[in-house]
Design a protein around this ligand. Structure first.
Ligand code: CA
Length: 257
């Protein structure tokens, strides 16, 4: 693992409408692992799913942080980096853990969770996601969405059936088409990018992005001028000011070089 200087700020908030917070996140400086999970399911089962997921991901990434030989339960994907494999397998391992818990308790039946995760090594950020939690990059004054939601509305947008504007208020806007807790053979989207000093990565749950359009998220990141603590606070406050209809979680990483 090569050293890199990363600043991190994480905030989670229940929002204005929900009783509990079904989001979970982890900031592990030692592993350079940053995860947001957004749980779904009745009777607090969503909280269980997201918590199991972040813990299981951390567990597998820890297991592969040394030089010891380990068994890769799903084999290695030669088309992606080693750290990409660690993330992908960690998420599939977490999927197994969520499914296992679901089978063991009738109360947890149907629970599921999204995941968006970043594993940093030097100036390389390895990203993985499942569901509609997102990762954005702020680089030289421009914001780019790096992930593509596994959601019903995003599929409709991609095929031109509805517009992004219509998606924002669509009754099915919360329906995800891929999540941990669904199929055993879960597909995980993985990518890697090289960061430049000053780059900021934002990992967030949909409680942020359904409340604030991308251009306004970009305006907040720009206005904060690299102060990620300020940006995190302003993002959460803005989502609440606009209604706070869901739990809001933001993890901001700044690559200092
Ligand atoms: Ca949510």
């Amino acid at each position: 693992m090569s050293a890199s200087k990363i600043s991190v700020e994480a905030l989670t908030d229940v929002g204005r409408k929900r009783k509990g917070n079904e989001d979970a996140h982890t900031v592990n400086r030692e592993l350079n692992l940053y995860v947001v999970a957004d749980g779904m399911g009745g009777h607090a089962a969503g909280e269980v799913a997201s918590k199991i997921a972040v813990e299981a991901i951390e567990e597998f990434v820890t297991l592969t942080s040394g030089n010891e030989e380990i068994t890769w339960p799903f084999g290695l994907d030669e088309t992606i980096s080693y750290d990409g494999n660690r993330l992908k397998t960690a998420i599939r391992h977490a999927n197994g853990k969520v499914l296992e818990a679901t089978r063991e308790s009738a109360e947890l039946e149907g629970m599921a969770t999204t995941v968006a995760a970043i594993l940093v090594d030097g100036d390389v950020a390895n990203l993985a996601h499942v569901g509609d939690s997102r990762i954005y990059r702020w680089c030289e004054g421009e914001m780019t969405l790096l992930t593509s939601d596994h959601s019903w509305v995003n599929e409709q947008i991609q095929t031109g059936v509805i517009s992004p504007e219509q998606a924002r208020s669509h009754p099915l806007r919360n329906v995800v088409t891929r999540a941990l807790g669904g199929r055993a053979d879960l597909l995980v989207d993985v990518q890697s990018l090289t960061m430049a000093p000053g780059d900021v990565l934002l990992v967030c749950s949909d409680g942020l992005t359904t409340m604030i359009p991308d251009e306004d998220i970009a305006a907040i990141l720009g206005g904060a001028e690299g102060d990620i603590a300020r940006a995190a606070r302003e993002l959460v406050d803005e989502a609440n000011d606009r209604g706070g209809e869901d739990n809001i979680t933001v993890v901001l990483l700044k690559y200092e070089g």
